[in-house]
Design a protein around this ligand. Structure first.
Ligand SMILES: [Cu+2]
Length: 166
């Protein structure tokens, strides 16, 4: 139980940073939220999703640049989750249509991977954007994630480590 509490406290602190300092609020609500009478200002901030920063990884021979971040908060144990990817070549150009991208994750020190095959979707509104859904990390601990970018049968991999906490 103590551990659980310890996890929550930093989250609250981080969430607190997003809120404007109290006091003189502008006349218009910055988020376009419901008009509020002055009295309700302090309570009930809308539940905002936790946004985690992008992290950058280059592929093995430096051909591709990949940025990734979990969707909707830290990656959970044993719950389906999703990762956003942005992939360009080393000059920052988005990938061509014929490129194929595969996400995978495994626990090398346990000798196993995931028991599911995540779905890859190319974002319609971003030439460099991909969404990986249906990721299921069924154990806490160290997972090695990989993204294979394949063009004309030539595959180059980017890898990173994810520490998944219960
Ligand atoms: Cu394992």
């Amino acid at each position: 139980m103590k551990n659980l509490l310890a996890c929550f406290v930093p989250l609250l602190v981080v969430a607190g940073c997003d809120r404007p300092p109290g006091g003189d609020a502008p006349a218009t609500s910055p988020s376009g939220a419901m008009p509020s009478s002055g009295e309700s200002m302090v309570s009930e901030a809308p539940a905002e999703p936790i946004v985690i920063d992008w992290r950058n990884v280059d592929s093995g021979d430096g051909r591709w640049r990949i940025a990734w971040r979990p969707v909707g908060g830290p990656l959970p144990v044993s719950e389906p989750c999703a990762i956003d990817l942005r992939i360009t070549d080393a000059e920052g150009r988005p990938l061509e249509d014929r490129v194929e991208v595969i996400f995978d994750a495994e626990m090398p020190h346990h000798g196993h991977g995931m028991n599911v095959e995540p779905r890859m979707t190319r974002r319609a509104n971003r030439a460099d954007g991909w969404l990986v859904e249906g990721i299921l990390l069924h154990m806490p601990g160290r997972w090695e994630a990989s993204v294979d970018v394949s063009v004309d049968g030539e595959i180059e991999r980017a890898q990173w480590t994810m520490d998944i906490k219960r």
